[in-house]
Design a protein around this ligand. Structure first.
Ligand code: PHE
Length: 348
């Protein structure tokens, strides 16, 4: 019995000495296992208690438990100490050298595509047009049928369409927004809207073509809306966008959803109409398609073409931006070249 007590004291001393000299948490855990685990030295001493005579059991048991408790406390204290030391070392390793100069994050710039898109919308908004959003993914019904292009209409071939596998398509023109607006306008006019957005057509990408491009669609419907209104509105738009001196010229054209249809040219800003390389010697540059809304389109939209009339137009956003800024290649809008984009930096 006495030897058991001796042994417990020895064990306690050894353990505490080792615990205090443990130099890392992992070493400390090893020591813990040797002394305090289920099969550890202190536990096996405790299990020898059953050989001690009953009358001494209480006293010896208390001594053994005290030894265990002392070792346990030494362990906890050392564990805390080591954790703190290790954390301190870790933090020292991770200190940041605040004397290094910071990285310079210059604010981005708005792509000129969006600058011009917003400017076009602002100009029309100032004339009382409401801005409506369209959908990039459309059904044939809105992109073609309600625009007077039934399934077998040859004009569909003018727009090489990206069809999706579910029968929908990527809209080929923002004109799809015309059909939506007519349908959704419960007051049945008068209405004046512009709808900006992206369009998609299968096209070879070169300096002037892209499979994806932007348009702003315009639609006006009301009593007695005429070609004169169309001409006046677009002449004002062109002056606001390109300057007071710019004139427009209408050339007759064809779109299934307008009748009559026109293509609108703006007088060349570079040569003032004399003819140069920019306008290919003609003095004029084409910027948009337009016309009086076709009676069939009004009818399909729930309007009575005998009561109301309207005009519509579609402006190419990149086209306008290229003319306005003198950009020579449409691909520049999509390449994210910082040197190009930064040249459109706008002061706040
Ligand atoms: N949707 C036509 C196009 O993409 C442009 C247009 C719009 C023409 C509205 C007339 C009226 O070519």
């Amino acid at each position: 019995m006495e030897s058991l007590i001796e042994e417990a004291k020895k064990c306690q001393e050894d353990a505490i000495k080792e615990i205090e000299s443990a130099s890392s948490s992992s070493r400390l855990m090893e020591i813990r296992n040797i002394y305090l685990s289920k099969k550890g030295r202190l536990s096996s001493l405790l299990s020898e208690l059953r050989n001690v005579e009953a009358k001494d059991k209480g006293r010896v048991g208390a001594i053994l438990n005290k030894a265990r408790e002392a070792v346990q406390n030494a362990f906890l204290a050392r564990e805390k100490q080591l954790k703190e030391e290790e954390m301190k070392k870790e933090l020292e390793k991770e200190t940041i050298d605040i004397s290094l100069p910071g990285r310079n994050f210059t604010p981005g710039t708005i792509n000129p595509f969006y600058l011009i898109r917003d400017e076009i919308c602002d100009i029309f908004a100032s004339m009382g047009f409401r801005i409506v959003e369209g959908n990039d993914i459309e059904s044939e019904r809105y992109n073609f049928e309600l625009l007077n292009m039934p399934h077998d209409h040859p004009a569909r071939d003018m727009q090489d369409t990206f069809y999706l596998t579910n029968g929908l398509l990527l809209r080929t023109q923002t004109s799809a927004a015309q059909a939506h607006t007519l349908e959704e306008d419960l007051s049945k006019g008068p209405l004046r809207i512009v709808s900006p957005g992206k369009c998609y057509r299968r096209d070879d990408d070169d300096m002037t073509h892209s499979h994806q491009f932007g348009q702003v669609e315009g639609l006006v419907v009301g009593k007695g809306v005429s070609m004169a209104d169309l001409k006046g509105t677009l002449a004002l738009f062109v002056k606001k966008m390109f300057g007071e001196k710019r004139k427009i010229r209408l050339r007759s054209s064809y779109f299934p959803f307008t009748e009559p249809s026109v293509e609108v040219d703006v007088s060349c800003a570079k040569c003032g109409g004399k003819g140069c390389n920019m306008c290919k010697g003609t003095g004029w540059i084409e910027i948009l398609g337009a016309g009086e809304v076709h009676p069939n389109v009004l009818k399909m939209g729930g309007y009575d073409p005998k009561e109301v009339s309207g005009f519509a137009f579609g402006v190419g956003i990149e086209r306008v931006a290229m003319l306005r800024y003198g950009i020579d290649d449409i691909r520049r809008f999509y390449q994210n070249d910082i040197r190009f984009l930064a040249s459109f930096h706008q002061e706040d």
